[in-house]
Design a protein around this ligand. Structure first.
Ligand SMILES: [Zn+2]
Length: 81
């Protein structure tokens, strides 16, 4: 009977130790995430700037020319005449 009690205490101590370790690692994971969420989120898309007018636009919206990416067909033409 004494052995069962010792085994129960050891198991309880092990369980508490494991729980303590888990919650501590959770805290360590949560701490660096908090300042990151306060910071401005990174732009979801790659931004490019038009070399003619300097307008910044998403790469997917840019017109691809021979020399660079432009905000529109008009500036691509005027730059690559
Ligand atoms: Zn432009």
């Amino acid at each position: 009977m004494k052995f069962v009690l010792v085994a129960a205490v050891v198991l309880l101590a092990f369980w508490l130790w494991r729980n303590g370790r888990q919650s501590r690692s959770d805290d360590e994971e949560a701490r660096p995430a908090q300042p990151a969420s306060r910071r401005e989120p990174p732009p979801p898309q790659d931004m490019v700037s038009c070399p003619v007018c300097g307008l910044h636009l998403p790469r997917s919206d840019a017109v691809t020319g021979k020399l660079a990416l432009y905000c529109g067909e008009e500036h691509r033409r005027s730059a690559e005449r």
